[in-house]
Write a protein that binds this ligand. Structure first.
Ligand SMILES: [Zn+2]
Length: 460
C-alpha cells in the first residue's frame, strides 16, 4: 500500500511538473472520456448497426437515405443538444453488371473480376472489344504513336510504390490514373480504359473510387482490376497471348437525388458563437460495408458527443458534429456546409475530419498557421499515452476542405490513424465491419474527443 502511495505521489508530481497548471485539471476530464469510451461505450456497436443493418450506402441510394435517418436518431440518443438535417442535392451513380473478358489468341476466354470506376459510363450492355495497349504511366502513353492507341483499350498498369512508409504519400499518384486516366486515354482515341487498382493489397479485390470525364473527349467505359488480375493481364500481354479485351457494363449516372448532411451540436456555454466542426462522411462506395471508409469516422464523431455528455462537461465553445453526404463522388455535402457557414458568417475556430480508417490513432494532420500548430503541439503530453504523437504532417480532410477554401476557417485537421492497411481495404468488397478492431476504433474516438475538447476550452 505504501509503495502504491509513493508511486502515485511521484507520478502526479512528475505529471504536474510536465504540464502547465490547468492541464492537470484537463487531464482529469480527459481521463473520464477515456475510461468511458474504452469500456462502456456503444461506439463499436453503432458501427456494427451501420454496416450490417444498412450496409454500403452510395449517395442517392435508398441505403444512404436510411443512413441519414439512422445517424439522426443515434445523434439524438447520444445526447446532442440539437440535431438537424442540411438538405443537399447529390449525384446517384448506379453500378450495373460489369465484365472484363480476356480473349486469348488460342480462342480461350477468361473472365476477370473488375470493379467499374465510380461515375463512369457503361457500355449500355453492348460489349466493347478491342486490342489492349499497356502503359505504366501518363508519360508512356504520351510517348506512343496515335495509331498505337486509336481504337484500342488502354491498360494503365501503374504499380503502387510499396517503398513509401506512409501509404497516403503514394495514394495521390496512383489515384491520378483512376480520376483522369479514362479521359487521357480517350484523348488519344482509346475506346475503353482499364487500370490497375489504386490500392496497396496483394489480393483479388479491385478498388473502385471516383473519376471525372473531361468534356473535350468521348466518355469511354472505365474499369479497375485487382492486383492479381492486373499482374495476370500484364503477364499475358508480355507473352503476346491476348487477342482482344472485352468490356461490358450497364452502369450509369441516374438523376440527382435530395439528400442530407446530418448535424448534431453541443451548444457552448461561454463562447457559443465560436464553432468547432468535426466530422466524417456518411456515404460510402457501393461495395463492402463502408466500415473503415468512413463508418469508423462517423461513429467516432458521434462518440465525441456521447463521451462529452456522459462526462457531464459543459464545453465553452459550440461543438458541431457533421456527418457529410457525398464525399466519395461529388463532395456536395462538404461544399454545401461551407456555403451555408459562409452565408451565415459563422465563426469557425477549427474543423477536424476523421476519414482515414478506424485503426489506432497516431496523430493529427494539420493545416493552418505555425502558431496554431505550435499551440496544438503544446498539448502533446496529453495525447502521448494514447500513442498519438505525430502533429507534423500537413493535411485536413476532403469534406472540410471547402471551409478552408472559402476562408470560413483557417485551420483544419485530420485524425491520422495507423495507415498501413487502409489502402488494402477502402473502396473494396473487403471494407467490412469485421476488418475494424473495437479497441483501435475506440482509441481513435478518444483522440477525437480529447482534441475537440481542448479546442473547445482553449481555442486556437
Ligand atoms: Zn472516405
Amino acid at each position: 500500500m505504501k509503495f502504491v502511495l509513493v508511486f502515485l505521489f511521484l507520478f502526479f508530481n512528475s505529471y504536474s511538473f510536465a504540464q502547465p497548471n490547468n492541464f492537470v485539471q484537463d487531464s482529469i476530464v480527459l481521463d473520464k472520456f477515456k475510461a468511458y469510451t474504452l469500456t462502456e461505450s456503444v461506439c463499436y456497436y453503432d458501427l456494427q448497426n451501420l454496416c450490417k443493418k444498412i450496409g454500403h450506402r452510395i449517395s442517392g441510394s435508398t441505403a444512404a437515405a436510411k443512413a441519414v435517418e439512422w445517424a439522426r436518431q443515434v445523434l439524438i440518443n447520444a445526447g446532442a443538444d440539437t440535431v438537424y438535417l442540411q438538405p443537399v442535392m447529390v449525384p446517384h451513380w448506379v453500378r450495373g453488371k460489369e465484365d472484363v473478358i480476356l480473349n486469348l489468341k488460342n480462342k480461350k476466354k477468361i473472365k476477370l473480376n473488375p470493379l467499374g470506376i465510380g461515375n463512369s459510363d457503361g457500355t449500355n450492355g453492348k460489349p466493347v472489344s478491342a486490342p489492349v495497349v499497356m502503359v505504366n504511366s501518363k508519360e508512356d502513353l504520351e510517348g506512343l504513336q496515335p495509331s498505337d492507341v486509336k481504337g484500342k483499350i488502354v491498360f494503365f498498369n501503374h504499380v503502387w510504390d510499396q517503398s513509401k512508409a506512409n501509404p497516403f504519400h503514394e495514394y495521390g499518384g496512383c489515384v491520378y490514373y483512376r480520376w483522369a486516366g479514362p479521359s487521357l486515354a480517350a484523348k488519344y482515341g482509346a475506346v475503353g480504359c482499364v487500370i490497375r487498382s489504386a490500392g496497396s493489397a496483394y489480393d483479388s479485390f479491385a478498388h473502385t473510387g471516383s473519376m471525372r470525364y473531361d468534356s473535350a473527349y468521348p466518355r469511354i467505359p472505365a474499369m479497375a482490376l485487382s492486383y492479381k488480375d492486373a499482374v495476370f493481364l500484364e503477364q499475358l500481354i508480355n507473352k503476346k497471348e491476348i487477342n482482344q479485351l472485352t468490356i461490358n457494363s450497364t452502369s450509369y449516372m441516374d438523376a440527382e437525388v435530395l439528400s442530407y448532411n446530418v448535424v448534431g451540436e453541443i451548444i457552448g456555454t461561454e463562447l457559443s458563437n465560436e464553432i468547432i466542426t468535426f466530422g466524417g462522411h456518411l456515404d460510402s462506395w457501393d461495395v463492402g460495408e463502408g466500415a473503415h471508409d468512413d463508418g469508423a469516422g462517423v461513429v467516432q464523431c458521434i462518440e465525441v458527443i456521447r463521451a462529452i455528455k456522459n462526462a457531464r462537461v459543459n464545453p465553452k465553445r459550440t461543438l458541431r458534429c457533421v456527418l457529410f453526404m457525398n464525399e466519395e463522388n461529388g463532395l456536395r455535402g462538404g461544399k454545401e456546409y461551407a456555403r451555408l457557414a459562409k452565408q451565415k458568417n459563422e465563426n469557425h475556430i477549427c474543423a477536424i475530419e476523421t476519414d482515414a480508417g478506424g485503426t489506432s490513432p497516431r496523430g493529427f494532420n494539420f493545416s493552418g498557421t505555425e502558431a496554431q500548430r505550435n499551440k496544438v503541439k503544446s498539448w502533446l503530453n496529453l495525447f502521448y499515452p494514447l500513442g498519438v504523437y505525430d502533429f507534423e504532417e500537413e493535411g485536413g480532410g476532403a469534406d472540410i476542405g471547402p471551409l478552408k477554401e472559402n476562408k470560413v476557417t483557417n485551420a483544419v485537421m485530420g485524425l491520422f490513424p495507423d495507415p498501413q492497411r487502409y489502402f488494402d481495404l477502402h473502396h473494396t468488397h473487403n471494407d467490412v465491419f469485421e476488418q475494424v478492431n473495437r479497441r483501435e476504433l475506440s482509441m481513435g474516438a478518444v483522440a477525437m474527443t480529447m482534441m475537440v475538447y481542448m479546442l473547445s476550452e482553449y481555442g486556437l
